[in-house]
Design a protein around this ligand. Structure first.
Ligand code: GDP
Ligand code: MG
Length: 443
């Protein structure tokens, strides 16, 4: 995420660190570099200019020149300004109302239908809502089908009227249906066009008038950079939406949209999409995003995700086993499965301070553990529980069974042994939260 911008900003600060003395001149140079980095990330020109001017004013106000660690202070100022640029505080979605009605708007292909599903899933699992999804894109038959498939995946009902060509009527009927069936949340997916067009704007405005939504969310593809910002402006002029959803942040996006949109439309970014799967949705936290941009990682989100997926009881049992040196291959596999449940591995690793950049060019995907899992599943249950009995002939059989080589099996067993030793060492009385606290925080 925003790799290039992160690299560029880091280099600007190095410029400062390398200097024996901080002067007004090299601060000015650093800020010029920061501005260039922002422009290259496709941030609006005026915004980039104001940005560096603000940082400069604050730097002078805080007397960076005499600070003990001027480089650090500059980084903090830039970090705060980045967070401010992206909205400062996180903004909640309004789901009060019975039912609460959410209208989704945006261009075709921006990710509306996917987001509608993700949001329904999120509000169902995290807020205990009973959503009804509404298929309001009636122009492409495949669009209705797409929403139905999504609904099935996440076990959420979809309201659709095959053959009805009036999305305003469909939306109204859906709200009625929700009241009738006891759904306390209605999410209306709509049709988009490839570019802004009058007919689409009229239609979505009419839907808005007819159902009076509590929340209108504008969905925009972050890969489209400045275009995203322009589209947002036009939609906002017509719809006066409540918030922005930035999708495809998992891709190779430069960051311009995320950094410019708040200033241009003065509406907060509320969610970001980070993948095609239904759980690839994050609440947008400006400060955490700023940390990630500056390569400081996002430990808070990482820990939150870990806690969400972590079974405390399981962890306690595991700790006992580790202490008694009873950690075996079954535990090993269940650990891997826990990690996999947490989501995209590269994404997660990117939240660890300093790791994001190091892993940028490494190709890791959800299949990263495939070989390991194959090897372990070729072990008998006796072998899994007693890794020490693994002799040469057993290793050979496992290699054959898993379609790997004896070297692969040896390597895994060696790794496993080393991990086990290390785990036993660190587990001596310490608990997990203590270990978490000892993690490098990067700031
Ligand atoms: N990588 C990635 N792909 C996404 C994301 N959101 C949507 N997509 C994909 O983008 C394409 C268009 O999404 P869709 O929801 O159909 O867009 P719509 O036309 O606005 O309804 C689909 O292939 C989605 O799987 C995201 O956050 N990350
Ligand atoms: Mg769609």
């Amino acid at each position: 995420m925003f790799d290039n911008l992160s690299d560029r900003l880091e280099r600007s600060f190095k410029l400062l660190k390398g200097q024996g003395r901080i002067t007004e001149i090299n601060i000015a140079e650093t800020l010029k570099d920061v501005r260039r980095a922002l422009l290259d990330a496709d941030v609006n020109y005026k915004i980039a200019k104001t940005f560096t001017e603000n940082v400069k004013q604050k730097a002078l106000g805080q007397n960076v020149l005499n600070a003990i660690q001027p480089g650090q202070l500059m980084i903090k100022l830039v970090r705060d300004e980045l967070a401010e640029l992206m909205g400062g505080e996180k903004s909640d979605i309004n789901i009060k109302g019975s039912p609460a009605i959410i209208l989704i708007a945006g261009l075709q292909g921006s990710g509306k239908t996917t987001f509608a599903g993700k949001l329904a899933n999120f509000l169902k699992t995290k807020k205990g809502k009973k959503p009804l999804l509404v298929a309001g894109d009636i122009y492409r038959p495949a669009a209705i089908e797409q929403l139905k498939v999504i609904g099935e995946q996440i076990d959420i009902p979809v309201y659709a009227e095959d053959g009805n060509k009036n999305p305003v009527k469909i939306a109204k009927a859906a709200v009625k249906e929700a009241k009738h069936k006891g759904n306390d949340l209605v999410i209306v997916d709509t049709a988009g066009r490839l570019a802004i067009d009058e007919q689409m704007m009229t239609e979505i405005t009419e839907i808005k008038k007819a159902i009076n939504p509590h929340e209108i969310l504008f969905v925009v593809d972050s890969m489209t950079g400045q275009d995203a910002v322009n589209t947002a402006k036009e939609f906002n002029d017509r719809l006066d939406f409540n918030g922005v959803v930035l999708t495809k942040l998992d891709g190779d996006t430069r960051g311009g949209a995320a950094l410019s949109i708040k200033t241009i439309v003065n509406k907060p970014i509320k969610f970001v999409g980070t993948g095609e799967k239904m759980d690839a949705l994050d609440i947008f936290y400006p400060e955490r995003m700023a940390d990630r941009i500056l390569g400081m990682g996002d430990i808070v989100t990482l820990v939150e995700k870990a806690q969400e997926q972590f079974d405390v009881e399981e962890a306690r049992k595991l700790q006992k086993k580790i202490a008694k040196n009873l950690f075996n291959f079954n535990d090993f596999i269940s650990q891997i499965q826990q990690i996999k449940k947490m989501g995209n591995i590269k994404d997660l690793a990117g939240m660890i301070p300093g790791v994001g950049k190091a892993m940028k060019d490494i190709d890791i995907d959800d299949d990263a553990f495939k070989g390991i899992e194959a090897i372990v599943s070729s072990m008998t249950s006796v072998e899994r529980e007693n890794p020490s009995i693994m002799n040469g002939s057993r290793r050979k059989r496992i290699a054959n069974g898993s379609g790997t080589s004896i070297q692969d099996v040896n390597r895994l067993i060696k790794q496993f042994d080393e991990t086990r030793k290390m785990m036993k060492m660190v587990s001596g009385g310490k608990n997990l939260s203590r270990m978490m606290r000892n993690m490098p925080m990067g700031r």
